[in-house]
Design a protein around this ligand. Structure first.
Ligand SMILES: NC(=O)c1ccc[n+]([C@@H]2O[C@H](COP(=O)([O-])OP(=O)(O)OC[C@H]3O[C@@H](n4cnc5c(N)ncnc54)[C@H](OP(=O)(O)O)[C@@H]3O)[C@@H](O)[C@H]2O)c1
Length: 241
């Protein structure tokens, strides 16, 4: 579970532990990960900055050498930056955001695929966003990364369709976590997103669209230009980073 120390990742970690799983949580802040480990049974921690390729390679090597088999990979770690593309730092920001939100899940998925395919039953969960249906104009790196991950997830699902590997995409709506602390619209709680994912996994659902994502999905089919404009007008007040 990447980014398992906070927010949605932590809520899913709790749900998985409750269901009997052993979960290895990954992030940069080892103290925070260790705090979770001390509070929950059956949790291990691994520190890695997933925006850095060599750190991802080290993580894959460590996971691959563990005695415990890997049945489930959850690509959850992510950042979302509000910035203008005309900003001087825009290119650096895009690099970091694409590295973490797009390259990291693609890298981990591809490198760990042989382990997952060797299991009698396994799953990969990629966490994108309801915003793949109507992207925010002021989060251009995030929008690009999540749309890219959505496409990659569909390609992957196609390639492994005749195997025991299930490929699931979780598309949360606005959730009350560190990531959305400056967004003042309505937000749901992370525990309800974890519950929706657990139900989706149990029911064999490919794309899990909790709460408002379901409505956003429907609106994006019925009136895509309207919903894009309405959503962006509503969040345009959120200050840029
Ligand atoms: N909150 C929402 O409204 C919402 C909506 C749709 C989708 N999502 C998606 O849900 C996922 C989780 O987000 P969240 O809302 O739970 O936010 P969050 O609480 O900020 O969690 C992000 C996690 O990613 C980890 N992370 C950040 N940079 C990292 C790096 N370079 N290397 C390794 N780990 C890193 C963080 O741990 P460290 O700081 O310890 O590294 C943290 O645990 C993201 O993919 C996000 O796009 C969120």
């Amino acid at each position: 579970m990447t980014g398992g120390g906070t927010g949605i990742g932590l809520a899913i970690t709790r749900a998985l532990v409750q269901a009997g799983a052993h979960v290895t949580i990954v992030g940069r802040d080892l103290a925070r990960l260790d705090k979770v480990r001390s509070e929950l049974a059956n949790v291990s921690t691994l520190q890695a900055d997933l925006a850095v390729k060599t750190e991802r390679e080290r993580l894959v090597a460590e996971v691959s050498s563990q005695d415990r088999p890997l049945d489930l990979l959850i690509n959850n770690a992510g950042i979302m930056q509000y910035f203008a593309l005309a900003d001087d730092r825009a290119l650096d920001r895009l690099d970091t955001e694409l590295a973490l939100d797009l390259h990291a899940p693609i890298h981990l998925t591809t490198a760990l695929l042989p382990h997952l395919l060797a299991r009698p039953e396994a799953a990969i969960v990629n966490i994108t966003t309801g915003l793949i249906y109507a992207p925010f104009g002021n989060t251009p790196g995030y929008s690009a990364a999540k749309a890219g991950l959505h496409g990659f997830t569909r390609s992957l699902r196609w390639q492994v369709r005749n195997t025991n590997l299930k490929v699931v995409e979780l598309m949360p709506p606005a959730v009350d976590t560190n990531m959305t602390r400056r967004y003042d619209g309505s937000k749901t709680d992370a525990a309800s997103i974890a519950k929706a994912l657990m139900q989706g996994l149990a029911n064999g659902v490919d794309e899990v669209r909790p709460g408002q994502t379901k409505a956003l999905y429907a609106m994006s089919r019925l009136a895509p230009a309207f919903i894009f404009r309405a959503l962006n007008k509503a969040v345009d007040k959120t200050p840029l980073d």
